[in-house]
Design a protein around this ligand. Structure first.
Ligand SMILES: [Zn+2]
Length: 329
């Protein structure tokens, strides 16, 4: 972050913290929380969905999502309006593991100001964090891609909320337990569908390395054209090696992502076609951002099923078991 922007943000943030009692108006024009309401602010769209799920039905809570649908959390930095929303938070739900790369200074400041900062990744044992080979020891932040890990994040958030609001501890725990069961069902269906892809084609090539946990959970190899963060550049050597592998294995499709520009994936498709291979763009995956609320990928479960449908269909498997429960014919 440039020092000028950082200074402006710090000024806005500190000023907003100073008037965080609820008396200040909101820059984004929406209504303030009621005087007794606790405000839970979530960073990424998967975190906002997790907060809504765990806090569902609890009175006196207001859940706010910081990042809009479709935004890239690696590159997102709080605007002045975002800083004001954060300043009103009693609890901030973040992903951690440097997903919110440009909020690295903001979250500790909030914690020091008395706000409870819960990082979803902190609820997952470190030995289940994945580290990509070329990530220089950095843990992979995309933990929501494995339903078993995301269920642990829900449990952790439920415990955190119970400490903040002991009167509704049972409700938080029940919500997290119900979500855990749903995670288990989603995992079963996705695993079964991935298993219908012919084994040689079980290679998921995406714009950046967001699907490592997904691949490990569901038995499909994963390659990202960029690294773990969209901030990293695509290396030419990496692109060539990937091209060799895709062509050699006869993989029919590679995938773009809603929150990442598709230049690198387009280069891969062009390169493969120049070698006479039949390679298509298999569709658009939701990697780091859910879809707009109300659309099929507008919540975590819908996003998982929609991604799996896109992947399984394009790689030649049977995606018929992936309709959303309750809406399947
Ligand atoms: Zn990412």
């Amino acid at each position: 972050m440039s020092s000028a922007i950082e200074r402006i943000l710090a000024t806005v943030l500190l000023g907003a913290i100073a008037c965080a009692s609820g008396a200040c108006g909101r820059a984004d024009g929406s209504a303030d929380a009621g005087p007794g309401d606790r405000v839970v602010v979530a960073t990424s769209t998967p975190c906002a969905d997790l907060a809504r799920t765990v806090c569902a039905g609890v009175p006196g809570l207001r859940i706010e999502g910081l990042m809009p649908a479709g935004v890239d959390p690696h590159l997102w930095r709080p605007t002045a309006g975002g800083a004001r929303i954060l300043a009103r938070a009693d609890v901030v739900v973040a992903n951690g593991l440097r997903l919110e790369g440009r909020m690295a200074d903001v979250l500790p400041k909030l914690a020091r100001s008395g706000c409870t900062v819960f990082e979803a990744s902190s609820a997952i044992p470190m030995d289940r964090w994945r580290t990509a080979e070329d990530a220089h020891g950095q843990a992979d932040p995309h933990v929501w891609m494995d339903p078993a890990l995301w269920a642990l994040a829900a449990e952790g958030l439920a415990s955190c909320m119970a400490r903040e609001d002991p009167g509704h501890a049972d409700r938080y725990a029940a919500n997290a337990a119900a979500f855990g069961l749903r995670c288990g069902r989603v995992a079963e269906r996705v695993r079964a569908a991935i298993a219908t892809i012919p084994p040689g084609r079980r290679l998921l090539v995406t714009a950046h390395d967001a699907f490592g946990y997904f691949g490990a959970a569901f038995g499909i190899e994963v390659r990202g054209v960029q690294g773990l963060s969209t901030e990293s550049e695509t290396g030419l050597a990496n692109l060539r090696a990937l091209l060799d592998e895709v062509v050699a294995r006869g993989v029919p499709a590679v995938f773009v992502e809603t929150s990442v520009p598709d230049r690198a994936v387009a280069a891969l498709v062009e390169g493969a076609r120049a070698r006479g291979a039949r390679l298509e763009t298999g569709g658009t995956l939701h990697s780091d951002a859910l879809g707009v609320p109300g659309t099929p990928a507008g919540d975590w479960e819908g996003m998982m099923l929609e991604n799996a449908r896109t992947i399984v269909g394009a790689l030649g498997g049977d995606a018929s078991g992936l309709d959303r429960e309750g809406t399947a014919p």
